[in-house]
Write a new protein. Structure first.
Lengths: 319, 445
């Protein structure tokens, strides 16, 4: 088998710009992107205003969440939504959130972590292996794989949820953790990203040199390629973690036992409790629970962002 | 709260799963047909059953049951409130496994599951003999086509809850007895305080159908899979001619029900009345503390002002699912759950409104004078309402879906402050179209 750079056919840049800032290679394919011609970019008041608006728009819900997590259910209803109430009940709310209904929140948290670690972790591993293989090996049917992967990226996960449900119910896997984990393992976008990234990041010469020295393909992959791919892998991992952490629709239709719920569906159940004959609103817990839910993902983002940024930079200086 | 998005998503889920349910019509579980004897034996022998419910008192009821029948283990699962749970229930029916033995289903959704042959007919277990225990209006909700598909848990005869403080501030001394007076009061309240409205109604299918029911309309007629729809019958038009005045003049608060804002306005008096089921006091007392002392209860206004007539709004029955592997035990649990004194006592303590005549008329119940309602004996009014429920109402066998598209049709009329009749006609079209697609024979009248 000869190792060659097998870049995916055309249509590349539209997707890959998120992974690396495609320095100079196919610029022509995205003419509208701001180019920043010189080292000193011009200041644009309009752009500033737009950015300020976007910033406020993005941060306002977060601000609302923080402010309202400090209010009791009664204050939540009787005080102004965007400022603090008379009493500071944050810690009481947190305590109640963690203990309500025999501590089901912690169970949901554990489930979410399980789905993320196994689902997103597995997705990243599979995407890396497959993407590397596509980039560095030539084999029959490669173009077909390309077409399938690109098609898979185009289909939103929500549209696949119902067919997936029918499939899983036929094999008796609904209402089990597998119903969430298995679909999460598939990340066509991640695979495509690694594919394009691996073409440049892992020089074919290095692979050939390793082969000359007698290294097997798996050894080459795990000891050499994986390290060179690290920034790309982190990007894929980040996307997968966020997607799995926030996964809502799939678990909503797959699971019926609240003990298997991830946080998203569980919080929605708490929210829905405010409706109907035996309504019992616990908006303070929904808000506090939501705040707690985003903390791990924010931390993950901050941590991974460092290597993500270096990955972006590393990608851009190679040409 | 992203109510609209949530609704959209669940509508999607319901739409999909309802299709599934009918397609899977024939595939029931063990249909059996045990006897009342089997039920007693099963309770003695013991076993494990699963019970899906979102009723707050369910946990305490199950505990009491397990104490009385120590050999039976009941696994209680809260699989979601209302529509969320129906979606999951449909999913398990389609999947052919995973359904609970006993489930809570609201009256409006019951025909959907009954017609899809997903529920056990409890007649063979002797449940038809329990009929006399329940009010006629409530019993009709579980007795469909001569089969008993469930046992009523609670009931929701409509009454008018009103905020006395808001009424006083607007100079209204007595609660409205007729709908004409109600409309006149709506003007007064909004004139005296521009933030206050007679009621919050931004379009709610359950409320609309109950109001049509009260006005004498019977828009849905169901015989097996033959359905006829007429959302322009006499009763319906009677209701729209009243309600149009409120909608078109902007006299209704557009705060969506059950949101944080809605709870807030119930507390601060900006929503002056609620025409709703008799289960409302429990919700008010536990979740609208700010309104304490201000709320009162009066009979629902009528069109002619002479004879009291009302309808039901909300309330659920529990059912035994066909998938149950131990229907006799499930039926035994259900009978205890919704007809035994022990269980009903627990239910009432949690603020529920009973469905059983004995409780409705017991003097300890009617004589209660909650502080929250200014020390008035509200249960007397509510109990009276339960005997004034008009008979002969039917829900669609796909009411869950119909209600989910209500916002897209009648809801538009509310939003644009235009004629409700046009919205109802659009709703009817959507109902007929969907029903025929699902294999029903739906005719428009």
């Amino acid at each position: 088998m000869s190792a060659v750079d097998t870049q995916p056919p055309t249509v590349t840049e539209a997707v890959t710009t998120r992974g690396r800032s495609g320095a100079g290679r196919t610029r022509a394919s995205r003419p509208t992107a701001p180019k920043g011609r010189g080292p000193r970019a011009r200041k644009s008041p309009l752009l500033l205003v737009v950015m300020v608006v976007i910033t406020v728009y993005s941060l306002l819900p977060l601000f609302y969440l923080v402010v309202n997590a400090t209010k009791s259910q009664a204050d939540l209803l009787s005080t102004f939504g965007l400022w603090f109430g008379p009493d500071f009940s944050l810690f009481q709310n947190i305590g109640e959130t963690l203990t309500y209904d025999n501590g089901i929140y912690l169970q949901w948290l554990g489930n979410t972590v399980l789905y993320v670690v196994v689902g997103a972790g597995g997705a990243t591993l599979l995407a890396t292996v497959a993407g590397y293989g596509m980039a560095k090996f030539r084999f029959p049917g490669r173009r077909a794989v390309f077409a399938i992967v690109l098609g898979a990226i185009a289909i939103p996960g929500t549209a696949l949820a119902v067919p997936t449900f029918l499939l899983f119910s036929a094999v008796g896997l609904t209402n089990t953790p597998w119903a969430i984990i298995l679909p999460s393992l598939i990340s066509p976008f991640g695979m495509y990203l690694i594919w394009t990234y691996a073409v440049d990041a892992v020089p074919t010469e290095v692979i050939e040199a390793a082969r000359m020295d007698g290294a097997g393909e798996f050894r080459i992959f795990f000891t050499i390629a994986l390290r060179l791919l690290a920034p790309g892998v982190v990007t894929v991992l980040l996307f997968a973690v966020v997607a799995t952490w926030n996964n809502y629709f799939l678990p909503l239709i797959m699971l019926s036992d609240p003990k298997l719920y991830p946080l998203t569906v569980g919080l929605n159940q708490w929210s829905a409790q405010a409706v109907g004959v035996s309504a019992h609103p616990i908006y303070n817990l929904v808000v506090t629970g939501s705040l707690l839910t985003i903390i791990p993902i924010v931390i993950a983002f901050l941590f991974l962002q460092r290597s993500w940024q270096s990955g972006l930079a590393a990608g851009s200086v190679k040409a | 709260m992203h109510k609209r998005l949530r609704r959209g998503l669940s509508a999607l889920a319901i739409g999909v799963t309802a299709t599934i349910a009918l397609a899977a019509c024939a595939s029931g579980g063990s249909s059996s047909g045990g006897s009342s004897d089997d039920m007693t034996k099963a309770l003695e022998k013991g076993g494990t059953i699963t019970y899906w419910s979102w009723t707050p008192s369910a946990e305490a009821q199950v505990a009491a049951f397990e104490k009385a029948y120590p050999k039976v283990k009941v696994k209680l699962v809260n699989a979601g409130t209302g529509n969320d749970q129906y979606t999951k229930l449909q999913n398990t029916i389609k999947a052919g496994s995973g359904a609970p033995d006993v489930a809570q289903i609201e009256y409006f959704a019951l025909p959907q599951f009954a017609l899809a042959d997903s529920l056990v007919d409890l007649k063979s277990y002797g449940f038809d003999s329990l009929e006399s225990k329940y009010g006629a209006g409530t019993w009709q909700s579980v007795d469909l086509d001569g089969k008993v598909y469930g046992l009523p848990q609670d009931s929701g005869p409509m009454a008018m809850f009103y905020n006395k403080k808001t009424f006083d501030e607007a100079g209204i001394t007595t609660p409205p007895k007729t709908w004409d007076e109600y409309v006149a009061d709506a003007e007064k309240i909004h004139a005296s305080n521009p933030n206050a409205y007679i009621a919050a109604d931004s379009g709610d299918a359950g409320f609309t159908t109950s109001m049509i029911w009260q006005a004498g309309g019977r828009p849905f007629e169901v015989k097996g899979t033959d359905v006829s729809v007429n959302l322009q019958d006499g009763g319906t038009k009677k209701w729209t001619s009243t309600w149009n005045q409120l909608v078109e003049k902007g006299l209704l608060s557009q705060t969506p029900g059950w949101t944080d804002d809605w709870y807030k306005q119930l507390g601060n008096g900006e929503i002056a009345t609620m025409v709703t089921g008799a289960w409302m006091p429990g919700v008010l007392e536990s979740s609208v503390k700010d309104g304490s002392g201000n709320w009162r209860v009066a009979p629902i206004p009528t069109y002619d002002g002479s004879s009291d007539v009302t309808s039901n709004n909300g309330g659920s029955a529990e059912v035994v699912m066909k998938q149950s592997k131990n229907p006799a035990l499930a039926a035994g649990f259900l009978k205890w759950l919704n007809s035994s004194q022990d269980s009903i006592d627990v239910f009432l303590k949690s603020g529920g409104f009973p469905s059983t005549k004995a409780q409705l008329s017991s003097s300890s119940f009617t004589a209660e004078k909650p502080e929250y309602f200014g020390g008035e004996a509200i249960n007397e009014t509510l109990s009276k309402a339960s005997s004034d429920v008009a008979e002969g109402w039917q829900y669609l066998p796909f009411q869950v879906y119909a209600n989910s598209v209500y916002a897209d049709t009648v809801g538009q009329a509310y939003q644009n402050k235009t004629d409700l009749n046009a919205g109802l006609e659009a709703w009817q079209k959507a109902i007929v179209k969907y029903g025929n697609e699902q294999g029903f024979k739906v005719t428009s009248k």
